[in-house]
Design a protein around this ligand. Sequence first.
Ligand code: PHE
Length: 493
Amino acid sequence: MDELSLAESRLLLALRDGKPHSATSIAGFGTESEALVAADRPVRLGLVAMQESAQQRAELSAEGRRALAEGLPERRVAKAIAGKGPIALEKLAALGVPAGDVQVAVGWLRRKNWAKVEKGPAGTLLTVASDPAADEQETALREPTKAPGKVLADLAARGLMVLKESRSRTLLITATGAKLAANVQFDVFDTSEVNQVTPELIAKWATMSAAEKAKQRLRPFDFDVPVTVPSPGKPHPLTHILSEIRSIFWSMGFTEIAGDYVESAHWNMDALFIPQDHPARDMQDTFYLAEPASLVVGKGDLDRVAAVHESGGGTGSTGWGGKFDRAVSQKALLRTHTTNTTIRHLAAHPKEPLKAFGLGRVFRKETMDATHLPEFTQIEGIVTEPGATFDTLIGLCKVFFARMGFPEVRFRPAYFPYTEPSMEIDVHYNGRWMELGGCGIFRPEVTKPLGVRDNVVAWGFGLERLAMMRLGLKDIRDLYISDVDWLRTAPLR
Ligand code: PHE
């Protein structure tokens, strides 16, 4: 057990006689609360026993004080009519009984058996034979401290008394406490306690005599005292992961690119050689906008992409055939992937080697469940340079996920209209594979018309699923529920 503080030692000594002491009068303590503060740890350690009891105190209300001065209503009526024979209720007013008191008075005259009450053809008649002796309610009004609880409760119900509860505490030393009290070596009343060690105190200490030092006690630390855990501000776990992803790409020499949520079908789909009748373009999958319903796309862009879709546009492909619909291409929508930003970047810089990544919100008509959100974030990127190959892509994906803390990844063949070959990437977590996104090498239909010469390796991963695994969440929706306890305790690593 830790050493006793000065106040605790004083308390134990004050209780040494082994008798119960009211906490309001402990020798050496000015107030009850001082004594209770000192008793807190001794009580927790079983050195002192504390007993609490509640007492009721009765006080006269304003109405009660009037009753004490003028008599209870039933007393006033009894006095007015004692020995006068039966009196009709209506006549009481003439005898000076206030109308408001009559009902109460009649009720209690009856209950206290002070009056005979008869109902006759002439109305209610009261008879009080002689002025009755003082009853217990009247005695209680005069001396509430001596009155039985039941009578006080009746008076409280009549609104004549107010009952208040007060608590008192008694402190009693235990056998363990007594043993410790016997060991207190110093003079508790001629010693002062040092609560904080300051540079000044340390300097002074060197100059102090042994006798002076003996009168200074260092207050012991209490390591078990309950304290509030500080919760300083910190970034949201998702924000934190986003900045981690940025540093990974930056450290590999990537540039960050970004674009708008509102996009034309042209840049979201057509420029990526997604056929205009592709099922994912349906209203069931894509949010088309009413306002603006369309976005203007440059004639050069429309001509080039139309040629690719209709006949391959000199890329060596036969295209999708049919007639390319320029109105469909200019429909406005909420982007369904961040590959729109990638293809715009590529169109703007067709002749340069590029290493670019983007982090952005995308929108799909998904039914929300534990692993799907209709709005989520993609981690998108491309590399194009002489010598960029399939291996470049696989290597980049592996390095990225390993640096995010997932060394085990798996690639499965997949299909996207804009890449060939195409793959889906799974990450191993908690004994199962979780699908995290797609990747591939852009098809010539996408890159050639722009004048891009080298391979373009590209990927798009889902941020929230990655975050879910990193944070050990079972439900993706929890990321966007601002549960304060979770936000406080979620680790940022
Ligand atoms: N855009 C794809 C998706 O949203 C991911 C992807 C990006 C696939 C780039 C291949 C190349 O799922």
